[in-house]
Write a protein that binds this ligand. Sequence first.
Ligand code: PLP
Length: 345
Amino acid sequence: MNIDWNKLTFHYTETDYIVRAACKNGVWERPYATRDKMIPIHAAATGLHYGQECFEGLKAFRGVDGKVRIFRMEENAKRMYHSAEGLLMTPVPIELFCEAILLALEKNIAFLPPYETGATLYFRPLLVATTPDISVGPGKDCEFVVIPTPIGPYFPNGFKGMPAIVNRTVDRAASQGTGCWKVGGNYAASFRASEVAHAMGYECMFTDAKTHKYIDECTASNFIGIKEIKSERLEAKGWEYITPRSNAILPSITNDSLMTLAREMGIKVTRRRIRVDELADLQEAAACGTACVISPLTKVVDPDNNITYIFGDKPGHILTKLYHALQDIQYGRVEDKHGWCTIIE
Ligand SMILES: Cc1ncc(COP(=O)(O)O)c(C=O)c1O
């Protein structure tokens, strides 16, 4: 193995093993590691034809103390359980999910990047329905796979921001559709809008599919706004962390963790619908997720209303504080009071 840890990006690098477990007639086999990265799948599998599949994404970190920390693994297991239920698939039992992640880590420990690099070992669990059937309907047999891959730091040149553009043209997920589950169809549906935004030099900000007035998500991440709370005499009284409430967004584990940390910092946390034009009232804005933790927005362009909301090139101080607070837990630099990390000595 010859990996230049400092050259890793957020793309797939092959490791020694993947982990697999199949479910047939409602019975799960024990997860096992295999060097073969191919999964045989029937050409008529419902996962291939009708998009009956879901996935997850989580990371293991090499800590400052040399120990390995997997961040909130059970939460990813629970979210995949809900995604599977949403698509009428046979869910992966929580214990089996965790056992497979631990096995994938153990068999690929040589691919866990060293602490100083900022790189991590990312796990991509995938659940796909394998029942061969051409009639439109859910299949019950499925294959669960955990694919590990080392990935580079999201910010190789330091924590910095990106510009976004409001999209009202192509919806990512219907307002009462599959947006709250991590299913492949949502991503395929978002590619076109993202490509258009990227071609213009922006990340895509998705609005609600029904009215296009409210912010749903930003890239494949949740949205966070930071607002200064003022008294009636316009004196600064503190900060508010605002994040969208919507049936069409993925419940981000990073966002949930950041909300907890924000509350502990004395920041008011509010989950509610956020109109696009409320961006004008925010002092800081960002996307958040496993890959980046927090990706601050430098500006948001609303082309339909000819307005640009400017946040500036330098990340705001509240988002910076939250970013470091979460990374400190993930890398073991501070006590993990919430028991978020599974620690492997
Ligand atoms: C659509 C979408 N929203 C939000 C997130 C962030 O979720 P998490 O913080 O659990 O990674 C992700 C990434 O998993 C995502 O794909």
